[in-house]
Design a binder for this molecule. Structure first.
Ligand code: CA
Ligand code: CA
Length: 100
């Protein structure tokens, strides 16, 4: 079991990670910590949109944030296909106060 400064540093790293908006995985369009078919569906429904703007970026499907959803975004998603954040990060970031 970790104790002392290393344990405190580990807690700070996890808290810092939790405070970051959205998923850290490129291609995780829906922000559920996994790059899978759900993200591909979002990309497909906005395919070839060319009016993507800041904040929404066409429902985050404009992964490279160049203003359109095209093959570059598809390649970025494909490069990270089936990647997932470690379970502990998913568990901590999905916690809702009041849950057991
Ligand atoms: Ca996802
Ligand atoms: Ca794009």
């Amino acid at each position: 079991m970790m104790k002392g400064p290393i344990a405190c540093l580990s807690v700070l790293v996890v808290l810092f990670w939790m405070c970051q908006p959205g998923s850290a995985i490129v291609g995780d369009i829906d922000g559920n910590s996994t790059v899978n078919l759900d993200d591909l569906v979002v990309l497909a429904t906005t395919w070839l949109a060319d009016d993507c703007v800041a904040d929404s970026w066409c429902n985050q499907a404009d992964i490279d944030q160049y203003g359109d959803v095209d093959f570059v975004d598809f390649v970025l998603l494909a490069e990270h296909w089936l990647q997932a954040e470690p379970y502990i990060i998913t568990l901590l970031t999905s916690y809702e106060p009041g849950e057991p």
